[in-house]
Design a protein around this ligand. Sequence first.
Ligand code: GTP
Ligand code: MG
Length: 293
Amino acid sequence: MNCGYVALIGRPNVGKSTLMNHLLKQKISITSRKPQTTRHRILGINTTEAGQAIYMDTPGMHDSEKRALNRYLNRTADTTLLGVDVVVWLIDGLSWHEYDEVIFKKLEQAGLPVILAVNKVDKVKDKDTILAFFAEARHRFPFEQMVPISALKGTNLEQLENAVMQLLPEGGLIYPEDQITDRPERFLCAEIVREKLTRRLGDELPYALTVEIERYEEQPEITKIYAIIWVERSTQKNIVIGKAGEMLKKVGTDARHDIEKLIGQKVYLQLWVKVKKGWSDNERALQNLGFND
Ligand SMILES: Nc1nc2c(ncn2[C@@H]2O[C@H](COP(=O)(O)OP(=O)(O)OP(=O)(O)O)[C@@H](O)[C@H]2O)c(=O)[nH]1
Ligand SMILES: [Mg+2]
């Protein structure tokens, strides 16, 4: 069997988490239209007869180092390349962006086999342009394979999976065959709440927003979850709560739905919004909020 670690890397918003969920046929990692949705490295473990591909979803790589939170995200993205066997580099659109030059450099240094996956090809009308792009890309880097995919529609994902499998080293299973991720359910629950906030709030979403599960009680009939939504200013708190608490209610309903699906049980979810000034630029506050991968 072939078994090993596969890093999914690329700029924010290219579709890394969408791809991971489709490969796993289960929602593990949260996704949204907004860049910088993923903040923690998370594993998606896919075990088949051929072996075990352990996909590692990562925060998008970008060049802003302004706040401690940004530095944390870049660190997480960087250290991903340590100890992996294969890299899948996702890009969207048929052109290179400024930050891709940094990624080229990192990959040259890493010396790992790299598959280039051009995502969102459902939006490309003229398929010939993909071939022209691949011909050019081949001169830039010795990619093992180049695959046009649509993570959203599931196009060519089998081809991508096969390419990954072939590049993984021979060996036994690293995780038990029924394990899907390395993260506990309470982590996934906090992420689901953050996803719903991200989706509902749109452009109003405070960048410095995080979710902490304060209490998680599993009872025979119901799981009770008490979560705190941390923001940095009281004006942001008002946005998250919304007029007469409407926004928070909608977010709670959306999240409860998904959490019930995840854990297969009835859920009581209570959300509180609290202000912690400057947490996103305070290393210690970040540690306390679980940013310590
Ligand atoms: N049309 C189209 N949209 C896609 C595809 N894959 C992902 N998207 C959309 O692109 C957006 C970003 O997807 P994510 O999976 O959150 O992207 P990401 O790379 O994980 O982003 P970060 O976590 O912020 O780095 C979402 O709105 C997805 O629905 C695709 O194949 N086609
Ligand atoms: Mg993501």
